[in-house]
Design a protein around this ligand. Sequence first.
Ligand SMILES: Nc1nc2c(ncn2[C@@H]2O[C@H](COP(=O)(O)OP(=O)(O)OP(=O)(O)O)[C@@H](O)[C@H]2O)c(=O)[nH]1
Ligand SMILES: [Mg+2]
Length: 361
Amino acid sequence: MYLAVFGQPLAGKSTVYEALTGAVSDPVGSGPALATVKVPDPRLDRLIALFRPKRTVPADVAFADVRVAGTAFSKHAGLAPAYVERLAQADALLLVVRAFPDESVPHLEGSVNAWRDLAAMEEELTFTDQLLLAKRLERISELLGKVKPAERESMERERVLLQRLLSSLERGLPIRDQALTAEERKLIRHYRFLTEKPLLVVLNLGEEQLAEVTQWEAALQERLHGTRMAGACIAGKIERELVQLEEPEAQEFRQALGIAEPARARILRTAYRLLGLISFFTVASNECRAWTIPAGTLAPQAAGAVHSDMERGFIRAEVVHYDDLVAAGSFAEARRRGLVRSEGKQYVVQDGDVIEYLFNV
Ligand SMILES: Nc1nc2c(ncn2[C@@H]2O[C@H](COP(=O)(O)OP(=O)(O)OP(=O)(O)O)[C@@H](O)[C@H]2O)c(=O)[nH]1
Ligand SMILES: [Mg+2]
């Protein structure tokens, strides 16, 4: 999974990226800086304590600090094509919006106003999709007269669908909030529309604003809309320092500053919820591992996340929920208590399942 960090110039994108990943974003590189972070999961820690495997592999998520040479923004003209391409590749967009006041950091508009900027960036995304749709619609009307009757029907259906998306966008409704059937979503997937992607808004607060973080959070929530948009307030500059500290010390600083949890844990949790992702675990004597899958995934496809052979040769899944396994203390004891179930091909994997696969290749 890959999240693209983007936003207005000097909003603190690189700062937030560094706070989330602990990596350094090379300021002169023109491509995106990429870093993978391990997803913290107390359940995996507990399983490790229980099974003492030789190796542990947490789930991971990649972040990109998206940059382009030159300017990505020219007001109301849509985003620059190179920029759009980088965003289009992402599973979700992480929009950094500046809230921190700092005279020494200039702002495009000459003043700091997070809500104005958030609205402006949403408009940029919308406008970018509108341009893409308009272009595609134009192309379709050119082609409609030329294609064979067999193709004409599906093309006509696409035209109607795209026209509907465009009209709704023009009324300010991002594609992620538009009512589309699963089939329609599949039909438009290859366009990789920016307003179709889950959007995570990170409000970048200054240290001095942490005292009113509750008010900022509430104000941010009010500006989110739909189920595929989420928000979080973090103090990017402070978090970038905290991520470099060892845990007991970082914890002390967080407490003193009134920061409830590390930005990385917070953002990853929000991203999982936003993307509808869940985790399941595999445990063996030599390895404990967390896997990320979309909610609703069936057991064989979940096995495919582990190894394609396990999906192909799937026989059944021995499943015990994390809570039950931890309460029992061991697989054997969980089995004795009848907490390990044997599940087949139609089983929908649940968050926190610990699974032992039986397969045959
Ligand atoms: N006071 C204060 N300054 C911040 C904060 N976050 C970022 N900055 C400063 O703002 C400036 C820009 O931060 P960056 O993280 O480089 O911003 P950016 O969005 O990556 O900038 P570009 O990539 O150049 O568009 C730097 O001088 C940061 O130190 C913050 O929370 N408080
Ligand atoms: Mg930067």
